[in-house]
Design a binder for this molecule. Structure first.
Ligand SMILES: NC(=O)c1ccc[n+]([C@@H]2O[C@H](COP(=O)([O-])OP(=O)(O)OC[C@H]3O[C@@H](n4cnc5c(N)ncnc54)[C@H](O)[C@@H]3O)[C@@H](O)[C@H]2O)c1
Length: 378
């Protein structure tokens, strides 16, 4: 049987790069996407309403994964399933709780019920999970080198603008987070992502369909929805800088994150899907090189030729963690996969794409006001 992949959310940022990666590997590719307006409203669309960046060789199905009839039809002849469709704003998930849970968890239930009850030809599944399910990253106490499970920082500490995680007066040191770390999701989005990961792994195992969940760190690169202020810090910063506004940085900007280029993320999916490994497991997909939010703002300003420093808000977004970056040894050991793009060339790719697209609308102020109204920014 020919290899045929169905990519849910295939019109989106990561999904569209996966479309390219799977076509390059000789797969037939189908996309199931509802072209959510929040993601696609400001993008360049073709006459049929699909993003112009999508490769025309892919079969395109406009539909909702919550619609079991549509999903069942889309599965016809499919051997590989990549599930990426989701609502992806961490902050927004704390106010639009029903929508997020429906789209990210009920949708998984609908898909899995179709897979378990209807005839199909799916041999392998990969789903997009997220680093957000860890909550805080892994830490050690500098004085003892012991690992510490860090809790969400107490409100009183944050109100005092004390950002680092403290134990007995000692600031903890962040270290790479492995897949073994206790899951401590602290947003609705993260709870949804954990649930959908576990649902796919448990039903995938029951059906004996090898299933992998990739815990993606912060993806960036071309085709990111530049005007959607709820996602993608790199895109948000670029949109601010192009509008000659300083990037707005929460806390003190020294929080460490893990930015992984979207083509590396797509290659990680392609690698696990194209493998013969019989496994039901989770893997981090990160860059292996942590960077602070201030550093990101600095790199972007430099590459865009703007002499604009970030505006450090000294405010805290509810649900945000202090530091988290990935230990990426497990996927390397299992699949011989390593990311290839460094930050500089990765950001250049993003900026080159931005300069070819229509100027982004900067909605950061609107978004900050909405989060402040919802008491989600302190
Ligand atoms: N971008 C990141 O940094 C990041 C990090 C961790 C995890 N992830 C996960 O990766 C996946 C892809 O994220 P992305 O950044 O490409 O997001 P995106 O918003 O660009 O793409 C998601 C796509 O899914 C579609 N979609 C949403 N709901 C749908 C539904 N009910 N039915 C059909 N299509 C629907 C949207 O129209 C969009 O095209 C998501 O599951 C996300 O949770 C992303």
């Amino acid at each position: 049987m020919d290899k045929h992949i169905l990519i849910t959310g295939g019109a989106g940022f990561i999904g569209s790069h996966l479309v390219d990666a799977m076509l390059a590997r000789g797969y037939r590719v189908s996309i199931l996407d509802n072209l959510s307006p929040q993601v696609h409203a400001d993008g360049e669309m073709d006459a049929e309403g699909w993003p112009t960046y999508l490769d025309r060789r892919a079969r395109r199905i406009r539909g909702d994964i919550l619609d079991e009839g549509v999903f069942e039809v889309a599965l016809e002849g499919v051997t590989h399933l990549a599930h990426l469709a989701a609502s992806v704003g961490v902050g927004q998930s704390m106010t639009n709780i029903v929508d997020y849970t429906r789209n990210n968890v009920m949708a998984a239930a609908v898909m899995l019920e179709v897979l378990s009850q209807k005839p199909h030809t799916v041999e392998r599944i990969a789903v997009a999970s997220s680093m957000s399910i860890y909550g805080e990253g892994d830490y050690i106490r500098p004085s003892t080198h012991a690992h510490v499970t860090a809790d969400v920082r107490p409100h009183a500490q944050l109100e005092a603008r004390q950002w680092e995680i403290m134990v007995d007066g000692e600031a903890l040191e962040p270290v790479p987070t492995t897949e073994e770390k206790l899951l401590q999701p602290n947003s609705i989005y993260a709870v949804n992502k954990r649930d959908h990961e576990e649902m796919f792994l448990s039903v995938g195992r029951a059906l004996q369909i090898p299933t992998v969940a990739l815990r993606l760190f912060n993806a960036y690169g071309s085709r990111q929805a530049l005007s959607n202020p709820y996602t993608g810090v790199a895109a948000i910063f670029i949109s601010r800088l192009l509008n000659d506004q300083p990037p707005l940085v929460f806390e003190d900007g020294r929080q460490m994150r893990d930015f992984v280029h979207v083509q590396d993320v797509a290659r990680a999916f392609a690698t696990v899907l194209d493998s013969d490994r019989e496994t039901w497991d989770v893997f981090n997909v990160g860059s292996g090189s942590p960077v602070s939010v201030n550093e990101i703002a600095g790199v972007l300003a430099r590459l865009l030729g703007k002499n604009i420093a970030p505006e450090v808000l000294n405010r805290y977004r509810v649900g945000d963690i202090r530091h988290c970056f990935g230990d990426i040894a497990k996927i390397e050991q299992a699949y011989n996969f390593r990311p290839e793009r460094d930050m500089e060339t990765g950001m250049e790719e993003l900026i080159a794409w931005v300069s070819r697209t229509k100027p982004p609308v900067d909605r950061s102020a609107e978004c900050l006001a909405e989060l402040t109204r919802g008491k989600l920014v302190v």
